[in-house]
Design a protein around this ligand. Structure first.
Ligand code: HEC
Length: 136
């Protein structure tokens, strides 16, 4: 009888302790995840900006330089306004995406090509370009 009772007590205690240990492990795992996530996203966004810049400058893709002055860009055209201070002027990312994807949404007579509608840029490519534009 005594042994059974003791056994139960032990069982109860270890059952109580387990959730704490589990919670500690969960917290530790979350911490590691948060750390690796922060490092990962930093590297990922730098990579996205590089890709976005390439697409922006590529004469066969965005060819944005044909009409816009962009920092680092050589031989810019002047049909469109210079692309600068984008974060200040476009606090709404959606508005900037819309402008790059299809400028005719805002200005029916825009001379800027509707890149998405004409299949020149995919929506993913526009996202990359916009990531880059926000560094200007
Ligand atoms: C054929 C010329 C042309 C090309 C190529 C072009 N744009 Fe434009 N863009 C314009 C013009 C003109 C405007 C002025 C507003 C309008 O008409 O929509 C403009 C406006 C913009 C604006 C708004 C600027 C502001 O000051 O608010 C952004 C952002 C922009 N263009 C980004 C791009 C990007 C990114 C590319 C390349 C993917 C690109 N443009 C390619 C002509 C062009």
């Amino acid at each position: 009888m005594k042994n059974v009772f003791y056994g139960r007590m032990k069982q109860k205690r270890s059952a109580k302790e387990r959730p704490i240990a589990t919670r500690m492990a969960q917290i530790a795992a979350l911490f590691v995840l948060a750390l690796s996530g922060a490092v990962g996203s930093g590297a990922e966004s730098a990579e996205r900006i590089t890709q976005g810049k390439q697409l922006t400058m590529d004469r066969g893709k965005g060819n944005c330089l044909a009409c816009h002055k962009i920092a680092d860009g050589e031989l810019p055209g002047t049909l469109g306004p210079p692309l600068l201070a984008m974060a200040l002027r476009y606090p709404d990312r959606g508005a900037l995406i819309s402008q790059v994807c299809d400028a005719t949404q805002r200005n029916r007579h825009s001379r800027m090509p509707p890149f998405c509608r004409h299949g020149i840029l995919t929506e993913d490519e526009v996202e990359l370009i916009v990531d880059y534009l926000y560094t200007l």
